[in-house]
Design a protein around this ligand. Structure first.
Ligand code: AMP
Ligand code: MN
Ligand code: MN
Length: 353
């Protein structure tokens, strides 16, 4: 839910890879067009789905439905729980738990997942499916399918979905637009981040022209939380720590939330996704980090940078991935252990100016 600032500015090891070329688009269109009438299509988005993952997947699913695909499932790894802010999205009826997903679909399409590890227990479908299409915008994408529509310059995966639907002659309607708008606004931080190009606003204009209501959508996605989440944020923000000398003096601010914190306030894990946005506004730190406990000694780390540090380099070094200004990984040990590992990587991830 919290966005991925600056997806367009990705800077990872090796030469920058540009977006899909005409042969990639043609291969993707052909993969859909040659499906037989009774084909089974499985759509998969990344674990712990955010607005871009869910919105891109469901928007594309609705498009396939308009094309007449009848045997169609959408899924993601892990518990089949859609975060409350997205529980109104059109196309949710396509969702099945990962345990109920077609074992050997004719086509699998992956959304917003930079690597196979983000597909969890569904990763075997890459081998069992007749064909595999990957739609993504992470520069770190490992190209794990057969046909790849991967564009690091795209502000969200939904930008790529839109282009593919256009090439498949599926007209935008309000339901598809709601899904793609949620994806676009979550990944651009409501049009605040660096990746917000003129083309992004033109895309948003086409989505709005279908008659969708941006005020209602933003309220549901960004501005509605249970009162318990407000109290939980108060507690977790109250224990934030500022380390001005970290990252060679560019500064680090961090906090953590335990499973016990969630239980005490009777909250679901999704409420913590917005926490990083309240931490990263700290003026005195270039890097912000939130550690969310996911097991007895396991933490999901979310990192954000204002530009001095490439947090994707930190995340990749620690087994995760992401974008230059927004990245994450899973760390082991105590919260202090995980922060120690981040501190150790920060100096090496400074961006030369
Ligand atoms: P988040 O902090 O969860 O909003 O994620 C920020 C960015 O980091 C997103 O682009 C994710 O794709 C990426 N990311 C987060 N966690 C991981 C992980 N464990 N492995 C790979 N990429 C991750
Ligand atoms: Mn995502
Ligand atoms: Mn995304």
């Amino acid at each position: 839910m919290s966005g991925t600032p600056g997806a367009a500015g990705d800077l990872l090891t090796g030469p920058a890879r540009s977006g899909p070329d005409e042969s990639d688009w043609a291969a993707a269109v052909a993969a859909v067009r040659r499906l037989p009438a009774d084909a089974r299509v499985l759509l998969i988005c990344h674990v712990n789905p955010d607005g871009d993952a869910l919105g891109s997947m469901l928007g594309f699913g609705l498009g396939l439905r308009r094309l007449g695909v009848r045997h169609l499932q959408a899924t993601f790894p892990g518990p089949p729980e859609v975060p409350e802010p997205f529980r109104w999205l059109p196309g949710l009826d396509l969702l099945v738990p990962s345990t109920g997903a077609y074992p050997d679909p004719d086509l699998v399409v992956c959304f917003d997942a930079a690597s196979e590890s983000r597909l969890g227990e569904l990763v075997d479908r890459l081998d069992t499916a007749g064909d595999a299409l990957v739609l993504d915008h992470h520069a770190s994408n490992t190209r794990f399918g057969r046909v790849h529509l991967v564009d690091p310059a795209a502000a969200a995966t939904s930008v790529i979905v839109d282009e593919l639907l256009t090439r498949l002659d599926v007209p935008l309607d309000a339901e598809i637009a709601q899904c793609l708008y949620v994806a676009l606004t979550t990944d651009t931080g409501s049009f605040r981040f660096e990746a917000t190009t003129p083309a992004v606003h033109q895309f948003a204009a086409r989505l709005l022209a279908t008659g969708i209501r941006p005020g209602d959508i933003s309220r549901q996605v960004f501005d509605t939380r249970p009162f318990g989440a407000v109290r939980l944020f108060g507690e977790v923000l109250g224990r934030a720590r500022l380390e001005p000398s970290a990252a060679a003096g560019h500064g680090l601010v961090w906090t953590y939330a335990t499973q016990d914190d969630l239980a005490r306030h009777d909250q679901r894990p999704y409420v913590l996704e917005a926490l990083i946005d309240s931490v990263r506004c700290t003026a005195e730190a270039d890097v912000a980090c939130v550690l969310k406990q996911v097991g007895p000694a396991e933490w999901a780390a979310s990192m954000r940078s204002k530009g001095a540090v490439d947090v994707s380099a930190v995340a990749v070094a620690l087994g995760g991935g992401g974008h230059r200004f927004a990245a994450g990984f899973t760390g082991a040990g105590s919260a202090e252990d995980v922060v120690r590992s981040i501190r150790a990587e920060l100096d090496g991830a400074l961006i030369a100016r």
